[in-house]
Ligand binder design. Structure first.
Ligand SMILES: NC(=O)N[C@@H](CC(=O)O)C(=O)O
Ligand SMILES: [Zn+2]
Ligand SMILES: [Zn+2]
Length: 451
C-alpha cells in the first residue's frame, strides 16, 4: 500500500511562478500548469489558487519537553503544533529531564518523532552534562549515534565558561557541527525579569541589560574565529547584538544568528499588563530593537527565524510575574507573524521567507534527506499558505498541549491551509489530521522507502 497521489493545482511558488504539483510516493513531481498526464488520474486534487507553496518550514529552536515535562508538551503534541504552523522539521532543545546529553536520550526523542509522523525530529544535544556548565557532555557519541546530532546547545543556560566554550567549538568542528549559544551573561542577569531600562524601573522589576547578551556574542564570535568552528547565536533580541553579528560577518567569521517571531513584533510595553504570557527569555525589548532585528533579517545579518516554541502549563503562567515561567509557544503562529512583520511591511518577499524559515535553518542544522526546494524527485515536504486570510489569532489555531501564546486576540496575516510531510498530508484545509492517521501514513511511507 502506498500513500495516495495528490495533485495540487495552481500553487504560487516562492519565486512567483505558478505550477501544479504532483505528489506521488512521497516525492514531488513538478508539472506545468494544465499539462495533466495520465499519472494524475485518481489523484486527490487540491485547488491552490491564491495559495503560496513554501518548502516545509524548519525550526532550529523548539522545546518539545519530552522526556520529563509531558504536562507541557510531548514530541507528538509539539510536532502536531509544528505541522499546524507549516513546519515539516524541528530541532528540539536539550532541556528535557533527563537532559538530552547522551546518545540514548537523543535517539529516544528522534524515534518518538518518527513514530508520530507529523515532522522530522532532529534532536539538539546538550553541550555540558546536565546543562550544568561544568563538563562537556558526550558530544561525539551523540554526533555518531543514529540521531546524527549536529547542533549542540545548553539553551536556557549560557555556556559561560570561556574555556568550555572553546573546547565545545573545537569538538563540534571535527564533524562539522555547530554550537548554538543562549547568549546571556548569568552574572549580569541574575533574577532579571524584563528588559532593563526606564520601564523596568517604573514597574519595579529587575532589569536585564542588553550588554548581558551582546558581551557574550562578542566573546563567542572571537572564540569561533580563533577555533575556526561554526557558531550559531540563539534568539538575538537587541540592536547591539545585530551590530556585533554584522561586524563579525564583515570580518569573515562563520557565525549565524536567529530571531524569534515574538521579538519581531512585540515590545516591552506589553508588560505593563503584568500578563505573564509576555514573560520570555530573552525579554521583549524596545521599538528600536524590533526595527533593528527586522533590518537585520532584511540585510542578511540575521540568517533565520526560529520559534523558541516554549510551552508551559496554564498554572505556571497564571502566577505572579516574578514567579511565572519564561517562554511562549510559537510554532502555530510563526508564519503568520513573519508575514505580518516582514512581508506585509515590504522587507522580505516569499522567497526570502522560504530562505529564513526553511532553507537556511536546514543548512545550519545539516538536515539531510529533507529537501527544501521544489525540485522534481525531491521528498515532498511543503506547506500551502493563504496570504490573503487576515484574522484574529484564536485558541483554535493552537495544536500543541500548552496555550501560552502572546498572539491570542491579535490580528495576524495569512494562514496555513495544507502541510505535507514526506508526501502525506498532516494538515488539510487548516485541520490538523488525527494522530493515528498521520502515524499510519508515516509507517506506510517508511515501509515504502525501505523496499
Ligand atoms: N525562551 C524561554 O523563555 N524559555 C525557554 C528556554 C530558552 O529558550 O531560553 C524554555 O525552555 O522555557
Ligand atoms: Zn534560550
Ligand atoms: Zn529556547
Amino acid at each position: 500500500m502506498s500513500t495516495p497521489t495528490h495533485l495540487i493545482v495552481g500553487a504560487t511558488l516562492p519565486t512567483g511562478e505558478r505550477a501544479d504539483l504532483l505528489v506521488q510516493d512521497g516525492r514531488l513531481l513538478r508539472i506545468v500548469r494544465g499539462a495533466e498526464s495520465a499519472s494524475t488520474k485518481g489523484a486527490i486534487r487540491i485547488d491552490a489558487d491564491g495559495l503560496i507553496a513554501l518548502p516545509g518550514l524548519v525550526d532550529l529552536h523548539t522545546h518539545l519537553r519530552e522526556p520529563g515535562f509531558e504536562q507541557s508538551e510531548t514530541v507528538l503534541t509539539g510536532t502536531r503544533a509544528a505541522a499546524a504552523g507549516g513546519f515539516t522539521a524541528v530541532f528540539p532543545m536539550a532541556n528535557t529531564l533527563p537532559v538530552s546529553d547522551t546518545a540514548g536520550v537523543v535517539e529516544q526523542v528522534m524515534t518518538l518523532g518518527d513514530d508520530a509522523g507529523y515532522a522530522t525530529v532532529r534532536p539538539i544535544g546538550a553541550v555540558t552534562v546536565g546543562l550544568a556548565g561544568e563538563r562537556l557532555s558526550e558530544i561525539g557519541a551523540m554526533a555518531h549515534s543514529k540521531a546524527r546530532v549536529r547542533v549542540f546547545s545548553d539553551d536556557g543556560k549560557c555556556v559561560h565558561d570561556s574555556l568550555l566554550m572553546r573546547r565545545a567549538l573545537e569538538y563540534v568542528k571535527t564533524f562539522d557541527g555547530v554550537v548554538a549559544q543562549h547568549a546571556q551573561d548569568p552574572r549580569l542577569t541574575k533574577n532579571a525579569q524584563m528588559n532593563e531600562g526606564a520601564l523596568s524601573s517604573e514597574l519595579g522589576l529587575k532589569g536585564w541589560p542588553a550588554v548581558a547578551e551582546e558581551s557574550i556574542i562578542a566573546r563567542d564570535v572571537l572564540l569561533a574565529e580563533h577555533v575556526g568552528a561554526r557558531l550559531h547565536v540563539c534568539h538575538i533580541s537587541t540592536a547591539g547584538s545585530v551590530d556585533v553579528i554584522r561586524w563579525a560577518k564583515a570580518r569573515g567569521i562563520v557565525v549565524t544568528a536567529e530571531a524569534t517571531p515574538h521579538h519581531l513584533l512585540l515590545t516591552e510595553d506589553l508588560i505593563r499588563s503584568y500578563d505573564a504570557r509576555y514573560k520570555v527569555n530573552p525579554p521583549l525589548r524596545r521599538d528600536e530593537d524590533v526595527r533593528a532585528l527586522r533590518e537585520g533579517l532584511a540585510d542578511g545579518t540575521i540568517d533565520i527565524i526560529a520559534t523558541d516554541h516554549a510551552p508551559h502549563p496554564t498554572e505556571s503562567k497564571e502566577a505572579e510575574w516574578d514567579a511565572a515561567s519564561f517562554g511562549m509557544v510559537g510554532l502555530e503562529s510563526a508564519l503568520s507573524v513573519a508575514q505580518t512583520a516582514l512581508v506585509d511591511t515590504g522587507l522580505l518577499g516569499w522567497d526570502d521567507i522560504a530562505r529564513v524559515l526553511s532553507r537556511t535553518p536546514a543548512e545550519i542544522g545539516r538536515l539531510a534527506g529533507h529537501s527544501h526546494t521544489f525540485e522534481t524527485g525531491a521528498p515532498a515536504n511543503f506547506t500551502l499558505h493563504d496570504p490573503s486570510a487576515s484574522s484574529t489569532f484564536e485558541l483554535d489555531r493552537l495544536a500543541g498541549k500548552s496555550h501560552n501564546s502572546p498572539f491570542l486576540g491579535r490580528t495576524l496575516s495569512g494562514r496555513v491551509q495544507h502541510t505535507f510531510h514526506h508526501g502525506y498530508p498532516t494538515v488539510q484545509g487548516t485541520r490538523v489530521l488525527e494522530s493515528d492517521i498521520v502515524a499510519a501514513s508515516a509507517a506506510t511511507q517508511k515501509a515504502g522507502t525501505a523496499l
